[in-house]
Design a protein. Structure first.
Ligand code: CU
Length: 341
């Protein structure tokens, strides 16, 4: 789905800028929804609970980041599918707790940036507009030419275009690559980049979790940690999922200043698809170690209803905000919803 709480790309990109780039034209909007329908080839129903009405409506709401995938604008060029994404770097202030606010760099008004999604073999074009008052860039993990590697500074007010083939399929990432990279990442310029395999994975409740850290006093150590931008958010606002529903977590570690962290899920075990680069799980475990920029697909279903924590097993990191919980809703409470096959 298009990310519906971003600032609105069209308002950020002036028509003049787009004309200059030769990019004014009607794309096929809403392709994400269509794609989701098409990929529902099997009769399996995916049950996703509605977001609680108590969810706070902050400018950056991790509850929306969870299941928000940006499929871009689809175009056909010389018979080939091109997915065009627009990312604008800006500045905003987030509340790390009731007492501490922090100036971040954001992408389309959010941290992490939009979860970009394409299918293997498509062409990806990313239009990057820097309005963050400082030179930045976007470096994508993947296979591309040297010109598209995103290490050259894009000065404030200017635009860069990154274009490459979507390959190989897997869970990847993008981030600013301007030195000091640790600072540019930890202040918010990063996001997930998913390339789907040619044959879609089975339907599941798909959820994105990006781990990050905040070095508020610039001593090269993090004082706060978070899943999807805000410390302790999913502890205070548990992620609702259904009992016995297959959940597919896309997990990325972008905690700077720590060589590695783990991801641990309570009361369950998950199948691991390392880097999302295979269709068969490599192992089953309940704790997995992830270095910086490592990412995996983790799949599971909960047998029993109730609340279950997830967090790095470096407990000081969990205690400083990288902590959340799933609220598994009993099937009994959802008699009207058909059971997935
Ligand atoms: Cu930067």
């Amino acid at each position: 789905m298009p990310n519906n709480f971003a600032l609105g790309n069209e308002t950020l990109w002036s028509r003049r800028q787009l004309l200059k780039l030769g990019l004014v034209g009607a794309g096929v909007a809403g392709a994400g929804v269509l794609w989701q329908n098409l990929s529902a080839g099997s009769k399996t129903l995916v049950r996703v609970p509605p977001i609680s009405t108590n969810t706070p409506s902050d400018a950056i709401t991790p509850m929306k980041v969870l299941r928000d995938f940006d499929y871009g604008t689809v175009k056909k060029e010389n018979g080939r599918t091109v997915r065009e994404f627009r990312l604008t770097a800006g500045t905003s202030v987030i509340q790390l707790n009731t007492a501490v606010s922090y100036n971040i760099w954001d992408l389309n008004g959010r941290i992490p940036g939009p979860t970009l999604r394409a299918k293997q073999g498509e062409r990806v074009r990313v239009l990057f507009l820097n309005k963050a008052g400082h030179s930045h860039s976007l470096h994508f993990h993947g296979i591309h030419t040297s010109e598209m590697d995103g290490i050259r500074p894009v000065s404030n007010g200017s635009v860069a275009i990154y274009e490459f083939d979507a390959e190989p399929y897997g869970v990847h990432l993008y981030h600013c690559h301007i030195e000091p990279v640790t600072r540019h990442i930890s202040k918010g310029l990063y996001g997930m980049f998913i390339i789907d395999p040619p044959k879609p994975r089975p339907m599941a409740d798909e959820i994105v979790l990006v781990m990050g850290g905040y070095d508020v006093n610039e001593d090269k150590r993090n004082e706060y940690y978070a899943f999807n931008g805000l410390p302790n958010y999913y502890m205070d606002n548990p992620i609702r999922i259904y009992q016995n529903q297959l959940v597919r977590l896309y997990v990325l570690n972008l905690i700077e200043y720590e060589s590695a962290v783990t991801f641990h899920l309570h009361a369950n075990f998950f199948d691991v698809y390392r880097y999302g680069m295979s269709l068969a799980a490599s192992e089953k475990t309940d704790v997995i170690t992830m270095g910086i920029a490592e990412r995996h697909i983790l799949e599971f279903a909960f047998r029993y209803p109730g609340k279950y924590m997830f967090h790095p097993h470096q407990d000081w990191i969990a205690e400083e905000g990288c902590m959340g919980q799933f609220d598994v809703i009993s099937e009994k409470d959802n008699q009207n919803i058909p059971k997935s096959s």
